[in-house]
Design a protein around this ligand. Sequence first.
Ligand code: UDX
Ligand code: ADP
Length: 493
Amino acid sequence: MRTKSICCIGAGYVGGPTMAMIAARCPDITVTVVDLNAERIAAWNSDRLPIYEPGLDEVVRSTRDRNLFFSTDVDEGIRRAGMIFVSVNTPTKTYGIGAGSAADLKNVELCARRIAAAAQEDKIVVEKSTLPVRTAESLKRVLHANASGRKFEILSNPEFLAEGTAVADLERPDRVLIGGETTASGARAVEQLVDIYARWVPRERILTTNVWSSELSKLVSNALLAQRISSVNALSALCEATGADVDEVAAAAGRDSRIGPKFLKASVGFGGSCFQKDILNLVYLCRHYDLDEVADYWEQVVEINAWQKQRFVRRMIRTMFDNIAGKRIAVLGFAFKKDTDDTRESAAIDVCSALIAEQAELAIYDPKVEPATILNELQRATGLERKDLEDRVHCEPGPYQATAAAHAVAVITEWDEFTALDFERIYRGMHEPAFAFDGRNVLPHAAMREIGFEVHAIGKPAPAERASDSSASRAVAVRDGREQLRAADALRQ
Ligand code: UDX
Ligand code: ADP
């Protein structure tokens, strides 16, 4: 049986783009995205979509009101669809058992109850949110407890798109993963979902597994990706101490085909709604099964990330004569990565909060993040009254306004436009010494030093060490020479 109508509960960064792509590639399927948030639905139906994602406008424009619909009528959406995707947010729990590490499944359970209450026939329910292993089991229990004769098949179909490249990732995914029950009806449900993706994804890229493998694979993929970044970030500190260049080290190591070049870019720290949450999920799961060593191992990936953000701030403070109180610092970028307006878990939040705690004055510019979002995030993180926060934090409309009269500029997000700014102009507007702290290693360091900036970058030798490069290498040569003499002496004896 072919699916004719799909409903997706949750019109966010995952649900919106994924459903738009399904609608684009399957014109015979009616796709309805529903959400409790009326403002968000209105934005999906307007010319200004609620999320910024390159290429998404075109996909939505070509499908909306043809076979893609956005609505707040959750029950009607459920009733009309044969297949329902659950794509609601599942943040880390902030209360009760598992606070700080387990996923908050409140929204998922609400969806399950709503589906059970509204459905009039059998349904396939697809979990699309990132969820801890065995959530499908809980979904199934809630649905079946309220089934009254109807049958619900549960599938796991984790999302692997990355924000900023969502459209390309959805168009040409490395793989699509579908987990289902190993029963005849489970296999039929899996086939129905495979049939949808197979319209544009080569069949060999569509992997089918049991439900738990599928759920766990999502956590593992994100944990392994985040681990690479924490590994290279940990080594960036060693590079700064020794005079090695982390970009050169990562490029050399990444040339080994077993390691590969991607996801080895040292940074001020990873962010986003997935990495930290999924690792904490994994840690919670390991502790649940008394695997404390495994839990500790993965927890370290998150700890190094937190340390990297603090290390960046400490370096700024130390460099600026251990005093940033009252100094204006231009913060370039607030999103957790370029090409998105998403700020969830962005390194900018921790960096800015720490700078505010030191009583710095911040001038923040991000090409896509709304000032209200920046202020809300910082208010949540610092606990300051809005007025006190606004005394310290100014959201500026452009990079030149942000850097005017600043003592330092700090790059937190690697937006392309930051690499090609008029640095002469910025330098003229700043106090001297004009410090630049590059949290993404995207600025033209040599050219900026020529202009007069004192540039500090992640995993790169500090300016003082650079100046004494020749004396440092002389010292190493002398030490090596002494060791060689000692070795020769030992041989002679
Ligand atoms: C991630 C996964 O990549 C995706 O498959 C999954 O579906 C959701 O989580 P996302 O969080 O959107 O996607 O972005 P990603 O590109 O993975 O970047 C995450 C963070 O790591 C960002 O803050 C990014 O700047 C940082 N990062 C990434 C680095 O610091 N260095 C790198 O080399 C790569
Ligand atoms: P993600 O990155 O996982 O897509 P978002 O926060 O961007 O997360 O989107 C999740 C969406 O799910 C939000 O728009 C939110 O309003 C919606 N949502 C959460 N709970 C429910 C629910 N019970 N019913 C309908 N929509 C919900």
